[in-house]
Write a protein that binds this ligand. Structure first.
Ligand SMILES: O=C(O)c1cc(=O)[nH]c(=O)n1[C@@H]1O[C@H](COP(=O)(O)O)[C@@H](O)[C@H]1O
Length: 281
């Protein structure tokens, strides 16, 4: 199978050209209501199409949250397929936020669903959970390499509950989150200009200088906006690794809809703040 250029290289170029902002497509029922849309498939489709129209030709990454589409069954998933195709056609990279994770043989099927180049839901990258053991992700790593896709592996998540798993200390003294970062650094070793295997590290977590964030791969940083972090927090959280950070904003942008111009302006304000803090750090 001849794949695309590796995700890390495509992402680095998109970040250089468009800035690193990732806008989430999270059609919460409450947002559909705020936008004056019904909580049904037509409302979902209108919401998703509007976000794509507003920002897919200008931000580096769009991240649809699969859960909000799956809520509507097969017709919701059909909307998701269409949104992925439209976003990619407009030049955005799509990170499918489905947070899959299972035993290896089942993980292989999840990988086929999102990372095989002919899959209806093929995405440039997929969020995955390593909490069945990092090695359980091997089939997804292998298929991503073949397709030129990437993964974002949950390492240190933005939610306050994540610590009970991720801060657990392993024999030898390294905690679980740091162990995931070390696996990713090994995965990305020698890749230029950037590896394709990223970590999810919340922007809400405060000073992370005790972690080695230098994984030669992207760091997807959710938590800006609705969860309380701001672009100004990024250098303090990520230190020198800030240049590899892909900050995600979902509700912080989406609450400005349904007006396309207002959505676009909101994304541009976040993008500008991020550009400013990253380049001046
Ligand atoms: O993988 C993610 O994207 C993710 C990881 C994490 O640690 N925290 C987190 O909030 N997310 C996702 O990022 C988005 C954050 O949305 P907002 O809080 O509305 O900006 C949601 O789609 C979450 O599912």
């Amino acid at each position: 199978m001849s794949g695309l250029e590796p995700f890390g290289a495509r992402l680095r170029r998109a970040m250089d050209e468009r800035g690193p902002l990732c806008v989430g497509i999270d059609p919460h029922a409450s947002l559909l209501a705020e936008w004056g849309l019904n909580d049904d498939v037509a409302g979902l489709e209108r919401f998703s199409r509007t976000v794509v129209e507003a920002v897919a030709d200008r931000v580096a990454v769009l991240k649809p949250q699969s859960a909000f589409f799956e809520r509507f069954g097969s017709r919701g998933v059909a909307v998701l397929e269409k949104s992925v195709a439209e976003a990619r056609a407009a030049g955005a990279l799509v990170v499918m936020d489905a947070k899959r994770g299972d035993i290896g043989s089942t993980m292989a099927a999840y990988a086929e669903s999102f990372l095989h180049k002919d899959a209806p839901l093929f995405s440039d990258a997929l969020t995955v959970s390593p909490y069945l053991g990092y090695g359980s992700l091997s089939p997804a790593v292998a298929l991503a390499r073949e397709s030129g896709a990437g993964l974002f592996v949950l390492a240190l998540t933005s939610n306050p509950e994540g610590g009970e798993v991720q801060h657990a200390v392993r024999p030898g003294g390294r905690n679980v989150g740091a162990t995931m970062l070390a696996h990713l650094a090994a995965e990305n070793a020698g890749e230029e200009p950037l590896g394709s295997f990223g970590a999810v590290v919340g922007a809400t977590l405060g000073d992370l200088s005790s972690y080695d964030l230098d994984i030669n791969g992207p760091l997807l940083a959710p938590g800006i906006g609705a969860q309380g972090a701001t672009p100004a927090d990024l250098p303090g959280v990520f230190g020198a690794a800030v240049r590899n950070v892909v900050p995600n904003v979902s509700r912080g942008v989406l609450r400005h809809g349904p007006d396309v111009v207002a959505l676009r302006d909101a994304a541009e304000r976040f993008a500008e703040e991020i550009r400013h803090t990253v380049t001046s750090s």
